[in-house]
Design a protein around this ligand. Structure first.
Ligand code: NAD
Length: 480
């Protein structure tokens, strides 16, 4: 039995209330560990540790901070296999995916912000004729909260804490209660790297207890949150009267728009990836596929034949393309969307059923599913399913597809397949999404701003945007 503990003031601690939660392995449906369900008292304790550590940490040199973060990055890489297996055990994703994407990216997050902080500059303005000079200090905020989801556990956890620490803040972080293991392992590495006690505190537990205690805490001045839109709205309502700074990275229902003039083979391979990577549980997955009429039937046949041969299997088997969904309740939610789709004219072209994997019959497996929809406004085309399920439908004109692409409440990302530069620019300007990929998908450069419009969030992370978020700008005006 794996016991996960809170990491407060550099030590591992049980929850003060003695309340524990079961941790399930999605690949076999068995309980394999327990995690604290921390409450206000644990968060208060973490806050006191962070507040005490802040004066010294915020005054450390950039070189010192940078070296510590680089050390953590190196240690994550040294422990790649162990972390990848842990991530897979907790989340159900193929070990190979965790090994090639999730864990290396966690190391990159630390490495990137270790360097970025040394290049982060502020502005100065000479007020000519007034004999004054203005300059802006970028000061750390103090104690900040970082709350992350289960789909890319360590990847998104570190995406928040690395810039927060680099900017000189002390952090109270909460990973998802469904996937706490790699955040727990990370705490060990932080101690090994020499991170001073209290600088990073990790509290585990449910959103409604631990998360709620973080967002309500009056001393925690900023919250960086990634998760569902409903939770994001709740956090915004709770944080508003406390005047907390907020970064909200929320859900998506992203269009994948395919024009006949695209590079067809590259499009087909990438569309397979953008549809089903991580069992479709990535906020950026292109879950609504729109295809120009002239190639629609060909695409439908080619795509479905490729989807049918994707292997659903145990995450640690090397040939597995689709691992387990994260939980029983999530599997049931995704299944409900599939079952209801025919009521609005949806036609299931392939998949649609839970899968029993030999030897792991209680795991949460689902066939990759393609549904041809009759209208873009049906429920499965409007709501975030967050599973291995995509819809497809044809379009006639650019205006028509633009209208359909934008006619959802979300606005996270959009993918465009075309070789027409003028069309690329026309559509890129008009698509309501924070990230547009043209002839590619999920190509990430950590210097770029990342975030969504509409119900997909508020604010941008990534690059200097993240360092701006985690600092207060203070202008100083000196008359001479
Ligand atoms: P979720 O909103 O249920 O939970 C996210 C985190 O918030 C968890 O740690 C949870 O414990 C915590 N939480 C829940 N209630 C809370 C509360 N009242 N106060 C404080 N914290 C609370 O989301 P999830 O199911 O874990 O993740 C899936 C969602 O995340 C999807 O909607 C997906 O699109 C979104 N997501 C968005 C991005 C992005 O960058 N925009 C990236 C990944 C995932």
């Amino acid at each position: 039995m794996q016991t996960i503990q809170n990491y407060i003031n550099g030590t591992f601690e049980d929850p003060l209330s003695g309340d524990w939660l079961d941790n399930y392995c999605p690949a076999n449906g068995e309980v394999y560990g327990k995690i604290p369900n921390s409450d206000q008292a644990d968060v208060d304790k973490a806050y006191e540790a962070a507040k005490t550590a802040f004066p010294e940490w915020s005054e450390t040199t950039l070189d010192h901070r940078s070296r510590l973060l680089l050390k953590i990055a190196d240690l994550i890489e040294t422990n790649l296999q162990r972390f990848a297996e842990a991530e897979s055990q907790d989340n159900g994703k193929p070990v190979n995916l965790a090994k090639s994407i999730d864990i290396p990216r966690a190391a990159s997050n630390f490495r990137f912000f270790a360097h970025a902080i040394t290049q982060f500059s502020s502005e100065s303005h000479e007020s000519v004729g007034l004999n004054a000079i203005n300059f802006t200090l970028r000061q750390p905020i103090g104690v900040v909260g970082c709350i992350s989801p289960w789909n890319l556990p360590l990847y998104l956890f570190t995406w928040k804490i690395a810039p927060a620490l680099a900017a000189g803040n002390c952090v109270i972080a909460k990973p998802s209660e469904i996937t706490p293991l790699t955040a727990f392992l990370l705490s060990e590495l932080c101690t090994e790297a020499g991170l001073p006690k209290g600088v990073l505190n990790i509290v585990h537990g449910l959103g409604k207890t631990t998360g709620q205690a973080i967002i309500e805490h009056p001393g925690i001045k900023a919250i960086s949150f990634t998760g569902g839109t409903t939770t994001g709205a709740h956090i915004a309502r709770t944080a508003a009267p406390l005047f907390k700074k907020l970064s909200l990275e929320l859900g998506g229902k992203n269009p994948n728009i395919i024009f006949a003039d695209c590079d067809y083979d590259a499009m087909l391979e990438t569309t397979l990836r953008s549809s089903f990577s991580n069992q479709g549980q990535i906020c950026l997955c292109g879950s609504r596929i729109f295809v120009e009429t002239s190639i629609y039937e060909k695409f439908k046949a080619d795509f479905v034949s490729k989807v049918k041969v994707l292997k659903v299997g145990h995450p640690s088997e090397s040939g597995t393309n689709i691992g387990a969904l994260v939980s029983q309740s999530h599997l049931e939610k995704v299944m409900t969307y599939i079952e209801e789709a025919p009521q609005e004219g949806g036609k299931i072209l392939c998949g649609g059923h839970a899968v029993s994997v030999k030897g792991f019959e209680n795991g949460y497996y689902l066939e990759p599913t393609v549904i041809e929809v009759a209208t873009d406004t049906c429920k499965i085309n409007q709501e975030e399913v967050f599973g291995p399920v995509v819809t497809i439908m044809p379009f006639e004109t650019e205006d028509q597809v633009l209208d359909m692409a934008n006619k959802v409440k979300y606005g996270l990302s959009a993918t465009l397949w075309t070789n027409d530069l003028k069309r690329t620019m026309r559509l890129s300007k008009k698509l309501e999404a924070g990230i547009i990929w043209v002839n590619t998908w999920m190509l990430r450069d950590l210097r770029t701003p990342f975030g969504g419009m509409k119900s997909s969030g508020v604010g941008r992370e990534g690059g200097f945007e993240a360092l701006r978020f985690f600092t207060e700008a203070k202008n100083i005006c000196i008359k001479y």
